[in-house]
Design a binder for this molecule. Structure first.
Ligand code: XMP
Length: 320
């Protein structure tokens, strides 16, 4: 019978056969797929694997630190953590157009990754956490209608540009199998069960105004409170994805006995099976009120919280 332990052993043998004594680079984001791919490849080839975390400054609270502590400190994986938020903010300076932002973030990501790859002496192979549904999707979409709703940011484009072959050990697996494999490999539950997170991160959750460190920090704090309450209520696993969006509008409020004039925030949570369609999650009023109170009390600069009740379609999951 097929077991995850058997799959793991076979996958390790295949990786060893494919790469021999060559080096493999892996872009690590903290997401489930790249994390599991990295842990598996590390078991197969140890220090021949070098992971690169391109930290664009748009990750959630504590996320980069968690990746470093799990991969470098616990698993002893060679990991380059490149903090590049200055560069990303500089290239995005003054911009608000969603597509422009996505394209610049994608291109900058590749530039930084390439720079770090050169520093470690390059590699013949690039690891990717491609799953079976990704393989299917790219086949069935070929020749179909080609309306670009959003330019997705991922490491596609890197292999050609850097002349690298791909190592894709998760190509035969579905998401739930990847999670099971991650547990088998000893990755923490917080990492293996994590909601999807877009490559451009918090940068596409601040629509309508140029990005600044201050706005990113406001959003990061509010987002952390929202997710903390979702976990505390035992709802995390019932939700496909939940996040906050910082709106480009300030509204009047009353705090104590004085007037406030601060940012409004939108909360989003959806259920979905594949991200292609989605429904908003029906939180109860007590939960929403608890989150709203905490955010307004604890995050200076936000004085109003709204809940997004749009399904996909006609909405998309992210706002940009
Ligand atoms: P939308 O907003 O198109 O999102 O309904 C569908 C799913 O894709 C995620 N998403 C991304 N994932 N790079 C990614 O890796 C991206 O550029 C990107 N944009 C959106 C989104 O979070 C949701 O899970």
């Amino acid at each position: 019978t097929w077991t995850m332990a058997a799959f793991r052993d076979q996958a390790i043998a295949r990786i060893r056969q494919q790469v021999g004594s060559k080096r493999v680079l892996c872009g690590l984001s903290g997401g489930v797929d790249s994390s599991v791919a990295a842990a598996l490849i590390h078991e197969a080839i140890g220090d021949q694997l070098v992971c690169v975390l391109v930290d664009h400054g748009f990750m959630r609270a504590g996320e980069a630190e968690e990746v470093v502590s799990v991969f470098r400190d616990r698993f002893n994986i060679r990991l380059v953590h490149r903090e590049a938020s200055d560069l990303f903010l500089q290239r995005l300076d003054g911009l608000t157009d969603p597509e422009q932002k996505r394209k610049i973030i994608g291109a900058t990501f590749i530039d930084v990754f390439e720079e770090e790859a050169k520093k470690v002496g390059g590699a013949d192979f690039l690891a990717q956490g491609t799953l079976y549904p990704d393989v299917i999707e790219s086949v069935s979409f070929a020749g179909g209608p080609s309306v670009t709703i959003k330019s997705h940011h991922n490491v596609g484009g890197l292999p050609e540009r850097m002349n690298m072959a791909l190592v894709e050990p998760l190509r035969d697996l579905f998401k739930d199998e990847v999670r099971a494999l991650g547990r088998e490999l000893g990755l923490p539950d917080t990492m293996v069960g994590r909601h999807p997170f877009p490559g451009p991160g918090l940068a596409i959750r601040i629509p309508g105004q140029p990005l600044t460190r201050e706005l990113l920090d406001l959003l990061r704090k509010a987002d952390a409170i929202y997710l903390e309450e979702i976990r505390a209520a035992g709802l995390y696993d019932a939700i496909w994805q939940a996040f906050a969006v910082l709106l480009p509008v300030r509204t009047v409020g009353v705090m104590g006995d004085s007037r406030s004039y601060d940012y409004a925030l939108a909360l989003r949570a959806v259920t979905s099976t594949d991200g292609m369609t989605a429904d908003f999650f029906p939180f109860d009023a007590a939960f929403l009120s608890r989150v709203s109170n905490r955010i307004i009390n604890e995050v200076k600069g936000i004085n109003r919280v709204t809940y997004d009740v749009t399904s996909k379609p006609p909405g998309t999951i992210e706002w940009e």
